[in-house]
Design a protein around this ligand. Structure first.
Ligand code: GRF
Length: 204
């Protein structure tokens, strides 16, 4: 399965996907890393791994989101991308773009969705007093951090946690979860059926 990974920054989840794809038995390869920021560290990670990169900056399309997204869409199609993976990509994609990649666009989010959509999830989880937090890989729908859930990992909130410590443990889980979710999709062990992802064989 040919992956396009969209990033805006650090790219540690991208690195996890790069590392997973390096294994001979992993059923996917990254054919393009696309960033909306030219200084995203993830671009260096991709180059170091010999993966083609592209930058499409939203700043080059002031007030014209359709043109920004059409440029990204063109790069992804030219590269032969089959599944788009958002990995710390910080722009909300329009219904047009989401529709172009219907059921072939996934995201990782640092909470147990549907709790704590949006930013600052770790502090909000602490403030809410939840005992478990975690991360989610889901199929993207037009609303932010919304869509059929593919995989989740739970992380206990420990006494004395602050947002940074909790974030660190969640991030370690993200790095295992994202490749796992990609594998499930690539091997047909997870399938999108309407507003659900079905795991394994036919529904009973
Ligand atoms: C991760 O926490 C991811 O869940 C969220 O943004 C962060 C990106 O980190 N969507 P990185 O760029 O992958 O290191």
């Amino acid at each position: 399965l040919k992956l396009g990974v969209l990033i805006s920054g650090r790219g540690s989840n991208l690195q996890a996907l790069i590392d997973a794809c390096a294994a001979a038995d992993f059923p996917a390869e990254i054919v393009l890393v696309l960033s909306n920021k030219a200084d995203a560290f993830g671009l260096e990670r991709a180059s170091s791994a010999g993966i083609p990169t592209a930058v499409v900056s939203h700043r080059d399309f002031p007030g014209d989101k359709p043109a920004f997204e059409a440029a990204m869409d063109g790069k992804l199609r030219d590269a032969g991308v089959e599944l788009v993976c958002l990995a710390g990509f910080m722009r909300l994609l329009s219904p047009w773009f989401v529709g172009r990649w219907q059921d072939r666009l996934i995201n990782i989010h640092p909470s147990l969705l549907p709790s704590f959509k949006g930013l600052d999830t770790h502090q909000r989880a602490l403030d809410a007093g939840v005992r478990f937090h975690g991360c989610t890989v889901h199929v993207v729908r037009p609303a932010m951090d919304d869509g059929p859930i593919i995989a989740q990992a739970a992380v206990p909130v420990l006494p004395g946690d602050d947002a940074d410590r909790l974030a660190e443990r969640v991030l370690a889980c993200e790095h295992a979860l994202y490749p796992h979710a990609v594998r499930l999709l690539a091997e047909g062990r997870a399938r999108v059926e309407g507003d659900r992802v079905v795991i394994g064989g036919p529904a009973v």
